[in-house]
Design a protein around this ligand. Structure first.
Ligand SMILES: NC(=O)c1ccc[n+]([C@@H]2O[C@H](COP(=O)([O-])OP(=O)(O)OC[C@H]3O[C@@H](n4cnc5c(N)ncnc54)[C@H](O)[C@@H]3O)[C@@H](O)[C@H]2O)c1
Length: 266
């Protein structure tokens, strides 16, 4: 996709951080934006900023871990703008601590948002985007944690590895339809991800969970705006991987070297 003007972009997690920056970047390029998040004041601020700049935005309160709500989001998106061209499955939450201390509720919460959230996006939007026959682009926000397994982030890593695998397959499956796929894999970005518990439903809270210290981020911390600019460039170039940090190269090399060493020599 080489132009965004008059296209429609849906951004989950669009009230804060990377999703907010994506929404504003699409709007600056002339796209109409649908924001989907649990944070109503946050969405209202982003929608207002877009409207003040002369753009169009609609906020739809959505819990991405609930398929019914994501289906309702799709319905509202088509009602509002008659089409959807870009879907950013971006909403995400993080929990830290060793896997030996992870609770069932930790797993349910993080898988529900980070993995089911992406799957729900595909279930609710893909059939309609395909039927539209106008091409399109899906952006799934994974993480460098979907390519490198940092200790102390096991639950999060599991969901992000799954999103990478899903996206690597999706790009092949959607090629015949002219729909591109990008998977966003950043290291540190200056957002509210470390305050994820603010969005944890009370039914999935653990009062007695033994939490480790949050894992310190390695590498530079980029601004959400820098990351969004890389995503828009990747959509234009129809590029699968969006690996935002050059610091990721060495750990990635090391991982593949270890795999290479594990292959029996002929
Ligand atoms: N910040 C980083 O360092 C970093 C690095 C790699 C990947 N990521 C990923 O980027 C994505 C965006 O996170 P961010 O860093 O901007 O954090 P953020 O906390 O600033 O934004 C996340 C947004 O998702 C929303 N959200 C949470 N649960 C939701 C749910 N169930 N339904 C709908 N919306 C929900 C939040 O309200 C929030 O607005 C996530 O998938 C995250 O895992 C972040």
């Amino acid at each position: 996709m080489d132009k965004f003007r008059d296209r429609v972009a849906v951004v989950t997690g669009g009230a804060s951080g990377i999703g907010r920056a994506l929404a504003l970047a699409f709007a600056r390029e002339g796209a109409k934006v649908i924001l989907a998040d649990l944070d109503d004041p946050g969405m209202a601020e982003v929608a207002q900023t877009i409207k003040s700049g002369g753009g169009q935005a609609v906020a739809v309160r959505t819990d991405v871990s609930d398929l019914g709500q994501v289906e309702a989001l799709a319905e509202k998106a088509w009602q509002a703008f008659g089409a959807v061209h870009i879907l950013c499955n971006n909403a995400g939450v993080a929990v830290s601590g060793g896997l030996e201390a992870a609770t069932r509720k930790d797993w349910q919460w993080v898988i529900g948002v980070n993995l089911w959230g992406v799957i729900h996006g595909l279930l609710a939007f893909l059939p309609r985007i395909i039927a539209q026959k106008q091409g399109g682009h899906i952006v799934n926000t994974a993480s460098m944690a979907g390519l490198i397994a940092t200790q102390g982030l096991g639950v999060y890593n599991t969901t992000k590895y799954a999103v990478v695998g899903l996206s690597e397959t999706l790009v092949k499956d959607l090629k015949p339809y002219g729909i591109g796929v990008s998977v966003l894999c950043p290291m540190g970005v200056e957002t509210r991800i470390l305050e994820s518990e603010r969005n944890r439903p009370s039914a999935l809270r653990d009062s007695d969970a033994k939490r480790g210290e949050p894992v310190p981020l390695i590498g530079r911390t980029l601004s959400p705006e820098e990351v969004a600019a890389q995503v828009l460039a990747a959509i234009r170039a129809n590029q699968l991987y969006v690996i935002t940090h050059a610091e990721g190269l060495e750990p990635l090399r090391h991982r593949f070297q270890r795999m290479e060493q594990a292959i029996p020599k002929a």
